[in-house]
Design a protein around this ligand. Sequence first.
Ligand SMILES: NC(=O)C1=CN([C@@H]2O[C@H](COP(=O)(O)OP(=O)(O)OC[C@H]3O[C@@H](n4cnc5c(N)ncnc54)[C@H](OP(=O)(O)O)[C@@H]3O)[C@@H](O)[C@H]2O)C=CC1
Ligand SMILES: O=C(O)[C@@H]1CCC=N1
Length: 269
Amino acid sequence: MKWGIIGTGNMGSMLTSSLLSSKALEPDDMILYNRSSEKALKLKEQFPAIHVAASLKEIQKNCDILFICVKPHHYKTILEELKSDFTEEQCLISITSPISVNELENHTPCQVARIVPSITNHAHAGVSLFTFGSRMKKERKELLLETFKAISTPVEVEEEHIRVASDIVSCGPAFISYLLSNWITAAQHVAGISEEQATELTENMMIGLGELLSKRIFTLEELMEKVTVKGGVTGEGLQAMEDHLGELFFEMFKATQRKHKDDKKSIEL
Ligand SMILES: NC(=O)C1=CN([C@@H]2O[C@H](COP(=O)(O)OP(=O)(O)OC[C@H]3O[C@@H](n4cnc5c(N)ncnc54)[C@H](OP(=O)(O)O)[C@@H]3O)[C@@H](O)[C@H]2O)C=CC1
Ligand SMILES: O=C(O)[C@@H]1CCC=N1
């Protein structure tokens, strides 16, 4: 079984190195193609048995499962070049939220799926979001789910929830990092701790929190309850958060829903 990655930018490179470092795939099972060859050749330096294709046609001809890992507005040109040569046995996987599996199925004769990854998959953790097209065969579904279990928790999502699900699992690391950088700045300004020490404490607290959650020791609800000593400082801090949080997250989710609608209107296959 040959696995191809078209576009070895952030996500294409992350998927290649994670699928290989987790041993889900072997380097000689993988073929890469990038518009400018440097990024694909860099991965080949790390995993010499990878094959780097010289053209889109070459990667298409030699792969059973082909991922497209380019920005959404670059899908059209790629599909235009490839669509007439796909076979019914091949699987095409998109990793982008604004393009639905129905649209992909309408433009190709092959089996299709969407798998939205997350930068957390780099650490063989976090979620990958799956939506299968109607033509996808059972054995291929199982193979994809099994392969992605090596680097993530695969979760199937309905088309109508892809934006919010991908906000949580894929944009989430950026959103939470933004909140934490504000938290560090506030700690510096209010209490005079150095940025370096506040950052070290924050990063290690997050690692510990992640470990607690990954071991299912406490739920989010239990964590709030256990840490909030009656009459103590956590309660005061939580109350201040409740007083000042306002519409922040509502506005964030509304903004991504708006952008998703606009993207869907402007991206044509
Ligand atoms: N970033 C994230 O956390 C996540 C991103 N995604 C999705 O992943 C996709 C890619 O995002 P990201 O990796 O961040 O983007 P990048 O810009 O880092 O990577 C895109 C890559 O596609 C290459 N490319 C563009 N056109 C072609 C072409 N015609 N043929 C071959 N390669 C091409 C570019 O090559 P060149 O070097 O020549 O520019 C570049 O290396 C997006 O659709 C995004 O929605 C999904 C989940 C999470
Ligand atoms: O910003 C984006 O559109 C991509 C999709 C999910 C995460 N990042």
